[in-house]
Design a protein around this ligand. Structure first.
Ligand code: URA
Length: 236
């Protein structure tokens, strides 16, 4: 059970005061009855809540897929840099949203933004083996030695990486499709650097089994459906 003003403010992305105003104006009904006080509590999952004719859907958590552009940092707050939270459209903004995992400032592609800490932990923990797939544009072609090193678990200064997969995109060995299960700092750039290869462009294209929606331009986002969440975690 949740206070009705909280349910309305969260679902409509308005402040509690504005939600209270709608209640006082008699615009909110629950199971056919007009709500009188913002303090009344209802079950957002089973009660039928309307604002005028509009059905109020309450989501405890939200999950957003963003095609992250370059120049934006994957943090909730930035001192001078714009963050992925800053560039969310107004109607998607709500409290406690954070990026689930890090992409470098110059990396583009699939950024998952949520307010569900447990889910974020689940998809990021290397123990759960949720794969993240990237396209890396390289300054020179990779070869079989790189493939073997990635597959065996490449040794970096501070850690031995878990085995990673690498293949050429459309037969072009300067374009690598790399799949990793961890999210260490600059991981892919450092893995290639070990072989004196520089990553000139990096884009994340997949989390678990879910691909970045190709209709999203850089900077655009959309909600992830419950079915798609299962594709990320491999439950489907
Ligand atoms: N690996 C990197 O080097 N950078 C990223 O942004 C993601 C993975």
């Amino acid at each position: 059970m949740e206070r009705i003003d909280k349910i309305i403010s969260s679902a409509k992305n308005i402040c509690r005061k504005d939600a209270s105003q709608l209640i006082k104006q008699g615009k909110i009904t629950v199971n056919g009855k007009t709500v009188k006080s913002p303090k009344e509590k209802f079950d957002e999952k089973s009660d039928v809540i309307l604002c005028g004719d509009e059905k109020i859907e309450y989501n405890e958590f939200v999950y957003i897929m963003m095609n992250k552009p370059k120049g934006v940092i994957s943090a909730s707050e930035g001192k001078s840099d714009l963050t992925v939270i800053d560039i969310l459209p107004k109607e998607m903004k709500r409290k406690n949203l954070f990026p689930a995992g890090r992409l470098d400032k110059d990396t583009t592609g699939f950024m998952l933004i949520t307010d569900d800490g447990d889910f974020a932990h689940r998809i990021l923990s290397p123990k759960n083996h949720i794969e993240k797939t990237y396209i890396a544009d390289l300054d020179k072609p990779f070869n079989d030695i790189v493939v073997a090193d990635f597959e065996n678990g490449i040794e970096l200064k501070d850690a031995i990486c878990m085995p990673a997969r690498i293949e050429a995109l459309d037969g072009d060995f300067k374009k690598a499709v790399v799949t990793i299960k961890q999210g260490m700092y600059h991981q892919i750039k450092r893995m290639f650097k070990k072989h004196s290869i520089t990553v000139v462009d990096l884009k994340r294209i997949k989390m678990g089994g879910l691909s970045l929606d190709s209709s999203l331009n850089e900077g655009e986002c959309r909600y992830i459906t419950p079915e798609e969440l299962k594709i990320i975690t491999g439950e489907e």
